[in-house]
Design a protein around this ligand. Structure first.
Ligand code: M6R
Length: 609
């Protein structure tokens, strides 16, 4: 995790890197720091807490620099403290370095350097990198970095400044992104393209083990043999995306309320109503004929994994293609068997999740399958490494808990399932009916959002509990997992999503007056079954809050509270039901006074294993 931003140019580097860092705060917010050069010496400042704390101190000190590297941290090695905050230095304070990623063999390297007389100030793996580079430094900085890199095991991105090299930033990427943004008389470096937004759209992506030597007048890139290489500048599309909270108290609430529009965006130009199917521009040219796909392997983490899990029900039901859904971090080390004619779908809102990217790289190395990715971020690492990417067009998602990206992922996956189905067993009329149901979803979401006040009232009552079950069957099972994750991550309440039919195989032992169940009852095919499961909960005095649709009555008599939503088909019900679980989690967290947009211990983009 962690975010890196750097600047060299005609303007005050301090103000620019602070603005850049704020856009990277989603990558971690345990501490922040900045380093630059002035009169041949390293100048730095680091503070525990959010970037605003660092910003305040820098403003008070009136710090001005024409070059700076900056960092926002998500702690891996060492507690969040000023000592462990970046930048870190070599023992002689010749260089200052910021780092994203993990050096897996840092303990061995640290022991070796300590034996050689290096004294360390922090608990971090980053300080080890600074000292390894210093050990090999003989006046040529890229050569010293190149000598150090083979010793560092792991995935990382680095930026550093050295007091013998005024006006220069050195940047390195190894399985962790660094993008260089080029503009007239100024150059930026960043962990992602989104943070460059207002600076420039002309970029160079560093590939693994390339070293960028960056100054205002030139950018030199060296390979691992110390040879200078040419890299193409790419021009990113400027999306003009808006990132303010507007009138909302939190980004999370704003993003929940954006969903009627983001769902429309996900559908835009992708519906072929006349043919009862969907269309993704460019897809056919990049992927082998979708007619020959015999298996689908979905890779993702967290909320994106839940979207993939919903999709497995959809694709199997409609297209009759077997789907395997894997958590990327597990799949990587599984020695998995990938059968011929498998299509891999990698899902990641950020496109920067380390485990998903690593799993995709493994598959590509083995030439195991074509990779289709679904992401929200153009120019993200995952998008660049996939054979084809379908973008969510949901706009930046700033709240750490994923809301609008999830529903957009569901829309795209259902359109993709429809396309596969129409190539196989589904007739045109069935396809048209599916699209009719999908077209109603944005307005149905709006009508649920209108119930926000009454959901907030219900949330007040449920905020007093410490443990929750989310129960559902079929499409509602992965939807339960997502509902429980939302509650956990923003309100810090323990919540477990469970298939309702499995409760009697153990977890029902936990049901009592103190443990409420959020019952997701909008799957028609299994409605009677979940009613029976709720009777079992009721018999053990468990409070029940049910989410049901307008067509369902039976459950009202046995539950304590009900939230009604518009009726749709089972395969699209996860979208509507999730709007309720998002609002519920939001209002419970709000009631408890929790930090909603940036929950403790989390980061939006998980760029370490
Ligand atoms: O960017 P990604 O979709 O790859 O992120 C995956 C997870 O880290 C993410 O969904 C996480 O679980 C969210 N905080 C959930 O709200």
């Amino acid at each position: 995790m962690c975010g890196i931003f750097g600047y060299v140019g005609k303007n005050n580097a301090v103000a620019i890197v602070i603005e850049g860092l704020k856009k990277l705060e989603y990558r971690g917010y345990d501490s922040a720091g900045i380093a630059g050069l002035k009169d041949g010496e390293i100048v730095f400042c680091k503070e525990v807490g959010k970037i605003s704390v660092l910003e305040k101190v820098l403003l008070e000190k009136k710090t001005v620099l024409d070059l700076a590297i900056a960092h926002t941290r998500w702690a891996t090695h060492g507690i969040p403290s000023e000592n462990n905050a970046h930048p870190h230095f070599d023992m002689n304070r010749s260089l200052a370095l910021v780092h994203n990623g993990i050096i897996e063999n840092y303990a061995e390297l640290k022991a070796q350097l300590s034996a050689e007389g290096v004294v360390f100030q922090s608990d971090t793996d980053t300080e080890v990198i600074a000292n390894v580079i210093a050990k090999y430094y003989r006046g040529n900085l890229p050569e010293a970095v190149n000598a150090a890199l083979p010793l560092l095991k792991g995935a990382y991105a680095i930026a550093l400044v050295h007091k013998d090299h005024p006006g220069k930033i050195i940047a390195v990427a190894n399985q962790s992104p660094i993008v260089i943004g080029v503009s007239q008389g100024e150059v930026f470096i960043s962990s992602d393209t989104h943070a460059l937004a207002s600076g420039t759209r002309d970029v160079i992506f560093l590939s693994d083990n390339e070293i960028g030597v960056i100054s205002t007048d030139k950018i030199e890139i060296f390979n691992c043999h110390n040879e200078q290489i040419e890299k193409q500048t790419e021009t990113l599309k400027y999306s003009g995306e808006e990132v303010s909270k507007g009138d909302y108290e939190h980004f999370t609430l704003k993003e929940i309320f954006e969903q009627p529009q983001t769902i429309r965006n996900a559908c835009s130009s992708r519906l072929m109503e006349e043919y009862g199917t969907s269309f993704f521009e460019g897809l056919a040219e990049h992927l082998a004929d979708l007619h020959t796909v015999e298996r689908i392997l979905i890779l993702a983490c967290g909320t994106s994994w839940h979207a993939g899990f919903v999709a497995s029900y959809l694709i199997e039901e409609y297209a009759r293609i077997p789907v395997q859904v894997e958590i990327s971090s597990e799949f990587r080390y599984k020695n998995a068997i990938v059968a011929q004619n498998t299509l891999v779908i990698a899902i990641s809102q950020s496109g920067e999740t380390a485990d998903t990217i690593a799993a995709v790289r493994e598959l590509k190395r083995a030439k195991a399958a074509k990779i289709l990715s679904i992401s929200n971020v153009q120019g993200s690492t995952l998008a660049r490494e996939s054979d084809f990417t379908i973008f969510l067009h949901a706009g930046p998602e700033i709240g750490v808990c994923s809301t609008k990206a999830f529903t957009s992922q569901l829309v795209i996956l259902s359109l993709f399932a429809l396309q596969l189905a129409r190539m196989r067993h589904m007739n045109i009329e069935e396809g048209r009916q599916f699209l009719e149901a999908l077209k109603k979803i944005p307005d149905q979401v709006s009508s649920i959002l209108k119930q926000a006040d009454s959901i907030a009232q219900i949330a007040k009552k449920y905020a007093q509990y410490n443990n929750f079950f989310f129960l559902g069957r079929q499409y509602m099972y992965p939807t339960c997992l997502e509902g429980a994750l939302k509650l956990k991550e923003i309100s810090y309440i323990n919540a477990v999503g469970y298939p309702a039919g499995e409760m009697k195989h153990g977890p029902i032992a936990l049901i009592n007056e103190e443990c409420p169940t959020v019952a997701l009852c909008t799957n028609h095919k299994t409605f009677d079954k979940i009613v029976s499961n709720l009777m079992e909960v009721k018999a053990r005095k468990g409070p029940i809050l049910a989410i049901i649709d307008e067509s369902q009555e039976k459950v009202s008599a046995i539950v304590d509270d009900v939230i009604r939503i518009p009726q749709t088909i089972d395969s699209l019900a996860p979208i509507l039901t999730t709007i309720v679980t998002q609002l519920l989690a939001y209002f419970i967290a709000h009631e408890l006074g929790a930090e909603i947009d940036q929950p403790k211990n989390l980061a939006k983009s998980v760029t370490v294993e």
